[in-house]
Design a protein around this ligand. Structure first.
Ligand code: PHE
Length: 339
């Protein structure tokens, strides 16, 4: 019997494998419940007394060599896995890195933020689900004011005071309520209007609105700021302000930029006039300042607001606004930007 065990020991010493299952069955063969170790050990009582010592030693040796063998083989397996897992084959050529692309709305939004941040504007944000006060009443649009119809609003049925904001002017109200002048902030964000979806309009889109409040702010400051903006964003410095109406600004204006009539696309985009309407603006109505806790005798200011989607369409010659929310990869992959 002792010789038999010795044979097993030399077999164990010779054994090698790099297969996880084979190593496991090897372990079970010797050390499992019905394995050889237990088999020999249960024979211990039949061994003559004078051989018990040698027998015990040899059986224990068997257990020790098997344990050591299994540990070494498993360790080798782990090491190999680690080497491959972390570094793989070091001679292989690198994997191609696919650069992601930003959504055109984000690209244009970031460009606009970048331009205004250079003249001291910070960025403010607010909730998309708004209350009546911040979206309408504080902005000089009390209940039953006819101008509320200018913005087809989604109301929350169970809470008539709560709505999806129709413009980011609501963020400006929040900002004025919480900050003292001088104020220079732009508020980008998504807005919602109950409009039919077509190539030119959508029931949600994005705006960026600006607010400047300080002592002695004039209409000339507004025009200068907008001219700086159009020059930076479009490379076009000729703008015109057409009188318009917004309940929260007085006087109010629409801003057109002279796009030019050099190409056929220019003709198409500007309907042959060379001018493109890009935003609304005006001097903040003193009522709005008062509503937001700012002394209208001491401070004045201007505000402006534009649709990011519309500007993205212009800048990237996109013909259908719906493309911006369809998440078609073939479309999105065309936009690469560091911004
Ligand atoms: N809030 C206006 C809109 O959504 C835009 C605007 C902002 C006009 C600020 C004037 C001043 O149409």
């Amino acid at each position: 019997m002792i010789n038999q065990i010795k044979e097993h020991i030399s077999e164990v010493e010779k054994f090698t494998s790099s297969d996880k299952d084979a190593i496991e069955s090897f372990r079970i063969k010797y050390l499992g419940k019905k394995g050889l170790f237990n088999h020999f050990f249960s024979d211990f009582k039949n061994v003559p007394n004078d051989q018990k010592k040698e027998f015990g030693q040899i059986v224990n040796q068997l257990k020790a060599v098997v344990t050591e063998k299994v540990t070494t083989l498993k360790q080798a397996l782990e090491d190999e896995k680690l080497a491959h897992g972390v570094y793989g084959d070091l001679t292989r050529p690198g994997e191609p890195l696919n650069l992601g692309s930003r959504h055109p709305i984000s690209i244009v939004k970031n460009q606009i933020i970048d331009i205004f941040s250079r003249i001291g504007f910070n960025v403010s944000e607010g909730p998309e689900i708004e209350d009546d006060w911040h979206n309408f009443t504080a902005l000089n649009l009390p209940e039953y004011h006819p101008a509320r119809d200018m913005q087809d609003t989604f109301f929350i049925q169970t809470a008539p005071d709560i709505l999806l904001r129709t413009h980011t002017s609501s963020v400006q109200v929040r900002y004025m309520e919480n900050n003292k002048p001088p104020i220079r902030t732009i508020s980008p964000g998504r807005v919602y209007r109950n409009e039919a979806i077509s190539a030119r309009s959508h029931c949600f889109f994005h705006q960026i609105e600006g607010l400047y409040i300080d002592k002695d702010v004039s209409f000339a400051d507004l025009k200068q700021t907008l001219q700086f903006f159009t020059t930076e964003l479009f490379g076009k410095s000729e703008i015109r302000l057409r009188p318009s109406y917004f309940p929260f600004t007085e006087p109010s204006a629409e801003v057109d930029v002279y796009w030019g009539l050099e190409t056929e696309a220019d003709y198409r985009m500007t309907k042959g006039t060379g001018w493109l309407e890009i935003m609304g603006c005006g001097m903040v109505d003193p009522n709005v300042l008062t509503n937001c806790g700012i002394d209208a005798n001491e401070f004045s200011g201007f505000a402006f607001g534009m649709g990011i989607d519309r500007i993205a369409l212009l800048l990237h010659q996109i013909s259908d606004i719906r493309l911006l929310s369809e998440n078609d990869l073939r479309f999105l992959e065309q936009f690469k930007s560091a911004l």
